[in-house]
Each structure stands twice: as structure tokens, then as C-alpha cells.
Design a protein around this ligand. Structure first.
Ligand code: PEP
Length: 257
């Protein structure tokens, strides 16, 4: 059975001092969590200090992006190897803000996934999702299909076993408007069908698919009750320890044994 993962995407928030204070509080509050996967994704420069605080806990740390080369003259970029060397275990790839503001495409997403998979242990959290306009024009399935097909192009089943998908409808990110549980479940099921077509049933069943888009303590339970929603990638509501831990505790009670 797929385990529930609650991942926090801090985006461009928190100084190192704030990140460290959060990590210490989180460490002290998750001592009893055993069944839920926990991930926090700070900015690059907070990765190492947050890792050093959370290393003895069940929580993992992830970066919010990477570059697809391993080293060289690429000013400002950070490689998978550098992220891994900070102690991190995850990296978000293809977030809609990267697609919207920084020219991320399905092709660059694919390059980043492939580079990440050359490391020993980094897990890519690959984001897909449609805009409001695309949904209203009835293009949602086509958009998701293209993002999945192009983003995961050329990956073997063994490589796919390392990947986490996040469905994040762009219209729900940071807007306070959450996809209804039915809307989210429909797309999660659709993604699973695409994975079955592209890989096989076993991969489709094993791949964790997280939901992201204004998820918070008041709606996480009904989302996690859906059979194809395996957790949350959470922005705003992950920035305060109390609401983040509340969501982890809700997930822990819903453990799928
Ligand atoms: C996100 O950016 O991944 C996200 C889901 O943000 P929010 O929870 O704030 O909508």
C-alpha cells in the first residue's frame, strides 16, 4: 500500500535563522510519527542547516529545483550532486511557478528528472497541472497527458519506481481555492491510468501521487480519503509549524495499513 507523504514547499520564504527555528520545532513535534512520510523543501542555502537538524528524525529534506548539468560554468545554478551532498533526499521538479516564471518546459523537466536519477538516492517530486483557462476549455486531460508523457519520456520502469508525482492545478496554487476532492481524485486516477499505459499496472499502483493547491488542515482529510490521493505538496499551510504538523497528524491517523 502506498504510504501517505506530507511535503512542504517553502518557496522563497524563510531566512536561515527562520528555517532552523522551524526545523527544530518540527523535530520536537514529530517524535511519535511513524507511518507518514514527511518532507520539507527550503531554499537552497537552508538545505544544509535544515538537514543537520532533521537528520535524526523521520523527516526528509528536499530542494525546490535543480539544474540538469552536474557542474561547470552555469552561474547561479545548483546540481543534483550538490543537493544530495547537503543531505537532502528529494527535489521538486517542474513546479508551475518554475514553468510560469522561469521558462521550465516538459523538455527541461525531463532533463532534470534524468539527471536526478543519476544520483544514488534523490527522489524527484514531479509536478504537473493545468491552468484555469485550460480546464475551462476542456483541455485538462490533454495538458496532463502531455506533461506526463514528455516529462517522463525515456524513463525505464526501474527509474520510474523512484518518482513521486504531484498533481497541482495551477488555479488552486496559492489562491485559497482548493480542487474539490472529486476534481482532484478524477485527475489522480487519470494520471494513474496514464502511468499504466506508459509503464505497467504495478508502476501505476506503486507511484505516490500527491495533491497540491491550497491544501490545509481543514481540507486535507477529505483529500487523503480519496483512494488515489497519496499525500499533499503544501505551500502556504506548510510555513507554520503548527498547521504543517496538524496535517501530518491527520495523515498519521489515516494510515493505510
Ligand atoms: C505549491 O506551491 O506547491 C502549493 C501547493 O502552494 P499552496 O499550498 O500555497 O497552494
Amino acid at each position: 500500500m502506498r504510504k501517505i507523504i506530507i511535503a512542504g514547499n517553502w518557496k522563497m520564504n524563510k531566512t536561515n535563522a527562520e528555517a532552523v527555528a522551524f526545523a527544530k520545532e518540527l523535530r520536537d513535534k514529530i517524535g511519535k510519527i511513524e507511518k507518514t512520510g514527511i518532507v520539507v523543501c527550503p531554499n537552497y542555502i537552508a538545505l544544509a542547516p535544515v538537514n543537520s537538524i532533521l537528520k535524526e528524525t523521520c523527516a526528509g529534506v528536499g530542494a525546490q529545483d535543480l539544474y540538469w548539468e552536474s557542474s561547470g560554468a552555469f552561474t547561479g545554478q545548483v546540481s543534483a550532486e550538490m543537493i544530495e551532498s547537503s543531505g537532502s533526499e528529494y527535489v521538486i521538479i517542474g513546479h508551475s511557478e518554475r514553468r510560469q516564471y522561469f521558462g521550465e518546459t516538459d523538455e527541461t523537466v525531463n532533463k532534470k528528472i534524468k539527471r536526478t536519477l543519476t544520483t544514488c538516492c534523490l527522489t524527484p517530486i514531479v509536478c504537473v497541472g493545468e491552468t484555469l483557462e485550460q480546464r475551462e476549455q476542456g483541455e485538462m486531460k490533454e495538458v496532463i497527458k502531455t506533461q506526463i508523457t514528455e516529462g517522463l519520456l525515456g524513463l525505464s520502469s526501474t527509474q520510474m519506481e523512484r518518482i513521486v508525482i504531484a498533481y497541482e492545478p495551477v488555479w488552486a496554487i496559492g489562491t485559497g481555492v482548493t480542487a474539490s476532492k472529486e476534481q482532484a481524485e478524477e485527475v489522480h486516477l487519470y494520471i494513474r491510468e496514464l502511468l499504466k499505459e506508459k509503464f505497467d499496472e504495478q508502476i501505476a499502483e506503486a507511484t505516490p501521487i500527491l495533491y497540491g493547491g491550497s491544501a490545509k488542515p481543514t481540507n486535507i482529510k477529505e483529500l487523503l480519503e480519496q483512494p488515489n490521493i497519496d499525500g499533499g505538496l503544501i505551500g502556504g499551510a506548510s510555513l507554520k509549524v503548527d498547521s504543517f504538523v496538524e496535517m501530518i497528524e491527520i495523515a498519521e491517523q489515516m494510515f493505510r495499513g
